[in-house]
Design a protein around this ligand. Structure first.
Ligand code: GCW
Length: 723
C-alpha cells in the first residue's frame, strides 16, 4: 500500500513538474549506467529533440534489432518522447543505423575510409546530409559495430554531449574483451560479493531469467565480447550434454549482443566424465576424447569461442600430473579446437606446491622457456601483477617476455583484496597503471597495453538487485569494458562518463563523485598495503588486516611477503635477495633494483628497508609508513564527509546505501591502520609521534578478531563496534 502511494506520488511529481525533477527518485541500482533518464539540461534537450526526430533502421538482423530496441528505449527515456521508427528520410533529424551489407541506404553514404578503418567491430558516427536532409548516421561493417555505435550515441546523450558536427570513428584496440565468472554450478560464486551466481543452472535451458539479456546489454554497452560463465576451479560436469544444452541457451541470449561464450574445462574431465583411465595430453585416447567433446560443443553452440584453463595451480589437475609441460596441455585442447576456429586461454597463474623460490617469480620461470612451444590458437592469460590482484603490484614480468606467444591480461573486477563489496575502490587507476607501464622489452614505449591481444576481467556480477554488491562496484564493470575497448582512456575520463550516466550531469555531483572515485584506490593502498607491501590480508577470505598470518603454506602467508624483523620491513628481490628484478628488462632491473631509483610506491616490494633508514623523501621508513596509513584513513574520512554533503543531490536510496558503506570503510581503514601499525611496532620498537591517532586497542585485541563465517561477506565491524 505504502509502495503504491509512493508510486502515485512519484507519477504525480513527474507529470506536473518541469524537467529536470528536483528531488531525484529512489533507485535500486538495477539499471546500472543504462538509466536513460530525461536529459536534465533544457537547452541540450531541445537540441537533441531537434536533431533526432526519426529512427531509420533498414535491417531485421537480430543484432540490429537489439540496437533498435536499445535506441527506442533509450531515446524515449532521454528525450521524453517516442521517436518514430522506419520510413524514408524525408525530413531533418533522421538517425540512420546500419551496415552497407544490410542496407542500401547506408551503402550509398560517402563514409569512405572511415568505415573501412573501423574494422570488424568498430563504427562511425557522423552528422551529415542524407538526401538533402540533416541526419545522424551510425554505420559499421558488421552488425555488432552498429550495436556498439548505438550504445556510444546513447552515451553521448546521457553525458549531454553536443551532437552537432559529430564525426567519430572508433574501433577496439584489443580483439578479445572477456568477462570471466568464477561461478560454480551450485549457484555460489568464488570471490563473489554480489549475492549468488547470476546463472540459474537448475532452471536452464527452459527458463531464461530476463536479467541475462540485461547483462548482455550492459556488456555490449562497453564492448565486452566474450564470457566464460563458470569458474576456472572447474567442474567437469559443465562439459556434459545436460549442461551443454544450458550453456547453449545462454549463448542464444548473448549472441545478438556480440558476446561469444567460452568454457572453463577441468583438465581431468576425460577421466571424470569420459571414463578414461588417464588425462595424459599425449595419450591418443585422450586426444580423441577431447576432439569428440569439442565437436559436440560446436554442434550445440556453433559460434563457441574456446576454453579458459587453470591447470596445475592450487590443486587443479593439469599436464604436469603426467610429467608433461603446460604447452603439451594447452596444445592438446588447441588441436581439438583449431578445426572450429576456437582458442585456448591458458592461465599463467601457477606456482609449485613446494616453495623453492620467490612465489612471484614462478610463473615467468615456468613459462618463458615454453615461448614458441604453443600452438597458434593458444593465448597465455597473465594476471596484471606477478602475485595476485593486490591493491598495488608492479606489472607481471611475463608481459613482453614471450615474443612468440600471444598474451592476454587478466584483472580482477571483483575486489577480493580491496574491500570486496563495501569499500569504495575505483579500479580503473589500477589497470591504467599496468596498461601504461613500460616494459622496455623493445625499447622505451613498449607498454603492457601494446604487448597484449586481449583482456579478461574476473566478473563482479551476481544476483543482487544492483548486480555488483554496491553502486560504486558497478563503476568497475563499466571501467573494465571501456579500458578493454581502448586501453589509452584515462581513468578520469571513464569516471566522468560513469558518474554522468549513473548519477547526474550536474557539476556539483560530477566533480565531487569523480574526486571520491579517483582518490579511492590510493586510499586503499595507503591503509592496507602502503609503500609496496602486499598480501597482508587475513587468511582465506582476504578481508581485513592480517599482517601476522603465518603457518600452513609459507607463500600464502603475510609474513612471507612482509619479511618484518627487528632490522626492517620488505622483501629483498634485488640480486642480494630473490633476484626477482632479473625478470624485468635491463632498465627496469636497474631502476627497481636500486634504492636510489625504485619508485617509492614499490619500495617494500623490492627491498628490505631498515626501520630508521632515510628514504629519498627525507623521511625515515617508520615515518613514511605511519604517514601513509594515516593518509589512507584521512582520505576515507574525506570521502565519507564529501558524500555526507550530497544528500540533496543523489536519490535517497543510493545515497543511504553508499553513505552506510563509506562509514564502514572509514572505520575499517582505521582498523587496518591500527592493526598494521601496532604489528610493525612490535618489530621496530619505535614510538608513535605524540600527535598520531592512538589505536583504540592493543595488538592482541586485533589479532584475536575473528570475522563471522559469512560466506557472502565476512566482515568484522560487528565485533569492532561502532566507529
Ligand atoms: O586470487 C586467487 C583467489 C582464488 C582464485 C585464484 C586464481 C579461482 O584467491 O580464489 O581461484 O586466485 O586466480 O586461480
Amino acid at each position: 500500500m505504502r509502495f503504491r502511494l509512493l508510486v502515485s506520488w512519484v507519477v504525480l511529481c513527474v507529470a506536473f513538474s518541469p524537467p529536470p525533477a528536483r528531488a531525484p527518485a529512489a533507485e535500486d541500482g538495477s539499471d546500472l549506467w543504462l538509466r536513460y533518464r530525461l536529459v536534465g539540461d533544457t537547452a541540450r534537450l531541445a537540441e537533441y529533440r531537434a536533431t533526432i526526430t526519426q529512427l531509420v533502421v533498414p535491417s531485421d538482423a537480430p543484432t540490429i534489432q537489439a540496437a533498435r530496441a536499445e535506441l527506442v528505449a533509450g531515446l524515449r527515456g532521454l528525450l521524453g518522447r517516442d521517436i518514430p521508427v522506419g520510413g524514408d528520410v524525408t525530413r531533418d533529424g533522421a538517425l540512420i543505423v546500419g551496415t552497407p551489407a544490410g542496407s542500401r541506404l547506408v551503402a550509398g553514404l560517402p563514409l569512405g575510409d572511415a568505415l573501412r578503418d573501423a574494422g570488424p567491430e568498430g563504427f562511425v558516427i557522423r552528422d551529415m546530409a542524407v538526401r538533402g536532409r540533416r541526419a545522424t548516421v551510425v554505420a559499421a561493417n558488421r552488425d555488432v559495430g552498429v550495436l556498439y555505435g548505438a550504445f556510444h550515441l546513447l552515451r553521448l546523450l546521457q553525458t549531454e554531449t553536443p551532437l552537432r558536427g559529430l564525426n567519430i570513428q572508433s574501433a577496439p584496440r584489443l580483439p578479445l574483451r572477456l568477462l570471466d565468472h568464477w561461478d560454480n554450478l551450485d549457484g555460489t560464486a568464488e570471490r563473489g560479493y554480489a549475492g549468488a551466481s547470476l546463472w540459474e543452472w537448475a532452471r536452464l535451458p527452459d527458463s531464461l531469467n530476463p536479467r541475462y539479456r540485461d547483462y548482455a546489454r550492459a556488456n555490449a554497452s562497453v564492448g565486452i565480447n566474450g564470457v566464460v560463465p563458470t569458474n576456472v576451479n572447474a567442474d567437469p560436469r559443465v562439459l556434459t550434454p545436460a549442461y551443454l544444452v544450458k550453456v547453449a541457451a545462454l549463448a542464444n541470449v548473448l549472441r545478438p549482443y556480440g558476446i561469444t561464450v567460452y568454457l572453463s574445462p577441468r583438465f581431468s574431465a576425460p577421466i571424470e566424465i569420459g571414463n578414461l583411465p588417464t588425462a595424459d595430453p599425449l595419450d591418443p585416447g585422450v586426444r580423441a576424447w577431447w576432439a569428440a567433446k569439442v565437436d559436440e560443443i560446436y554442434r550445440a553452440i556453433p559460434d563457441f569461442g574456446g576454453f579458459l584453463v587453470k591447470a596445475n595451480s592450487e590443486g587443479q589437475p593439469g599436464p604436469q600430473d603426467y610429467h608433461r609441460t603446460h604447452a603439451d596441455g594447452a596444445n592438446l585442447l588447441a588441436d581439438a579446437l583449431a578445426p572450429h576456429g576456437g582458442i585456448v586461454m591458458w592461465r599463467a597463474f601457477v606456482y609449485r606446491s613446494e616453495v623453492p623460490t620467490d612465489r612471484v617469480m614462478q610463473a615467468a620461470d615456468e613459462f618463458v622457456p615454453l615461448d614458441g612451444a604453443f600452438r597458434k590458437n593458444v593465448l597465455l592469460q597473465v594476471k596484471n601483477g606477478p602475485l595476485d590482484f593486490q591493491p598495488r603490484e608492479p606489472f607481471h614480468p611475463l608481459f613482453g617476455a614471450m615474443p612468440h606467444t600471444p598474451l592476454m591480461m587478466e584483472v580482477q573486477i571483483t575486489k577480493e583484496y580491496l574491500g570486496q563489496d563495501t569499500h569504495l575502490a575505483f579500479l580503473a587507476p589500477v589497470w591504467e597503471e599496468v596498461l601504461n607501464a613500460d616494459t622496455y622489452v623493445r625499447g622505451p614505449g613498449t607498454t603492457v597495453g601494446k604487448e597484449i591481444h586481449g583482456i579478461a576481467g574476473v566478473a563482479n556480477v551476481g544476483s543482487d538487485r544492483d548486480w555488483c554488491g554496491s553502486d560504486f562496484n558497478q563503476a568497475n564493470w563499466y571501467a573494465f569494458g571501456r579500458l578493454a575497448w581502448d586501453y589509452t582512456l584515462p581513468s578520469s575520463a571513464i569516471a566522468d562518463e560513469w558518474v554522468r550516466m549513473t548519477f547526474s550531469n550536474a557539476p556539483r555531483v560530477v566533480d565531487r563523485v569523480k574526486a571520491i572515485m579517483l582518490a579511492s584506490r590510493e586510499a586503499v593502498v595507503n591503509y592496507m598495503t602502503p609503500l609496496g607491501l602486499a598480501h597482508q590480508m587475513a587468511r582465506g577470505h582476504h578481508y581485513g588486516p592480517g599482517p601476522w598470518v603465518t603457518g600452513g603454506r609459507a607463500d600464502q602467508t603475510s609474513v612471507y611477503f612482509n619479511r618484518a624483523d627487528s632490522a626492517g620491513l620488505g622483501f629483498d628481490r634485488t640480486a642480494s635477495g630473490s633476484d626477482a628484478v632479473r625478470q624485468y628488462a635491463a632498465p627496469l632491473r636497474a631502476r627497481f633494483g636500486s634504492r636510489d631509483s625504485v619508485p617509492e610506491q614499490l619500495l617494500l616490494w623490492f627491498h628490505h628497508v631498515g626501520w630508521s633508514e632515510r628514504l629519498r623523501s627525507g623521511r625515515s621508513l617508520w615515518e613514511a609508513l605511519l604517514a601513509h596509513y594515516q593518509a589512507g584513513v584521512d582520505t576515507a574520512r574525506w570521502m565519507r564527509r564529501t558524500w555526507d554533503g550530497m544528500a540533496d543531490l543523489v536519490d535517497p536510496e543510493r545515497f543511504r546505501r553508499t553513505q552506510a558503506f563509506l562509514h564502514i570503510q572509514e572505520a575499517e581503514a582505521r582498523w587496518w591502520r591500527d592493526a598494521s601499525v601496532l604489528y610493525w611496532q612490535s618489530f621496530s620498537h619505535l614510538p608513535l609521534p605524540p600527535n598520531y591517532e592512538t589505536p583504540a586497542h592493543d595488538l592482541d585485541w586485533y589479532r584475536r578478531l575473528r570475522c563471522p563465517p559469512d560466506p557472502r561477506k565476512p566482515r568484522c565491524d560487528a565485533v569492532m563496534g561502532a566507529p
